[in-house]
Design a protein around this ligand. Structure first.
Ligand code: DHB
Length: 307
């Protein structure tokens, strides 16, 4: 039994897509809805539609992926439309990433007036907009943004966080997040920002935007993702942590849950494999649980052993 209940939602499986992957168009979102995924999250939206950065802007590598998509999306009304028509027990999340805080507040204020069957995941961590820092790396600015969000959107919401790399930063961000009771979940992690993948033969970067810098996903990021899930699961005692980063089989999904994740998102692997990845990973997770004698996710969630 892979089911999970949280925030009044029921998921048949803990696995769903990472925002950005296979979720830009209604066609892709419908494929997710009909798949073995336990939930659906939309591509991060902005006020106006965007074409995104110049191509090539995504590359698979031996150890994962690098991307600098630049927020290509159909504009928030398209996703609100999708949510308005959505009629399924499978939970739906709306990822929001305004070009400015004002834009994010505009989108949330409109969402607040509608009674839509979706929960916002506010993105504090897009690394791919030239000239724009990741909000999640500025603790004071994050606190101000969350205060403003809580004023316009007096309902449960979540945030997508960037990876942190120092215990001082985990504690500082956790202190900020714990100040907002309506913040009910955090998704850890977004891509490890601004890596550089170089092709040896051509002596060139493999993606075009930002001189080749882009967000890393896949095998590169699994230990960083697990550390962020673990630390925030401990530090945010009454919030949910959604794990994201390096999940390509049942093993990594199990590790995220062991670290404390309520549910687990799949990015690079979903991009490479398509929605059948959910069937495979769920089978593998169920097999691992059976071999270990676990019947339900609660029996091992957060029960990481330390030495
Ligand atoms: C994009 C990448 C991200 O990691 C993110 O959080 C939002 C948008 C992008 O490049 O489109």
């Amino acid at each position: 039994d892979l089911s999970v209940s949280w925030l009044g939602m029921q998921m048949a499986s803990p696995l769903f897509n990472a925002s950005g992957v296979h979720c830009r168009t209604k066609e892709e979102l419908e494929q997710l809805r009909r798949s073995a995924a336990g939930a659906v999250v939309t591509k991060s939206c902005t006020l106006a539609p965007r074409a995104g950065n110049p191509e090539p802007r995504y590359r698979r590598t031996a150890l994962g992926s690098i991307n600098s998509m630049g927020l290509p999306n159909e504009g928030y009304r398209y996703y609100l439309d999708y949510a308005q028509a959505y009629d399924d027990a499978k939970p739906l999340f709306l990822s929001i990433s305004g070009m400015t805080l004002e834009d994010t507040l505009t989108i949330l204020a409109e969402l607040a007036t509608l009674k839509l069957p979706c929960l916002p995941e506010v993105n504090l961590s897009c690394p791919n907009l030239p000239g724009k820092p990741q909000l999640g790396y500025d603790f004071a600015a994050s606190a101000e943004a969350l205060a403003a969000i809580s004023r316009v959107y007096a309902q449960p919401f979540g945030v997508k966080l960037p990876p942190y790399f120092d215990p001082v930063h985990f504690a500082a961000m956790a202190a900020v997040l714990n100040g907002f009771p309506l913040l009910r979940f955090v998704t850890c992690i977004n891509s490890v920002g601004n890596g550089l993948v170089i092709d040896l033969d051509s002596e060139a970067a493999v993606i075009k935007p930002k001189g080749g810098l882009g967000g890393l996903g896949g095998d590169y990021v699994l230990p960083t993702a697990l550390a962020n899930v673990r630390e925030f699961a401990v530090l945010l005692a009454d919030k949910h942590v959604i794990g994201c980063g390096g999940v390509k089989s049942g093993a990594e999904a199990f590790m995220h849950i062991l670290a404390g994740a309520t549910a687990v998102q799949v990015g690079t692997c979903l991009h490479e494999e398509g929605v059948s990845a959910f069937d495979r990973i769920e089978e593998e997770l169920a097999a691992i649980m059976q071999a270990k004698g676990y019947q339900r996710l609660e029996e091992f969630r957060g029960r990481l052993k330390t030495l």
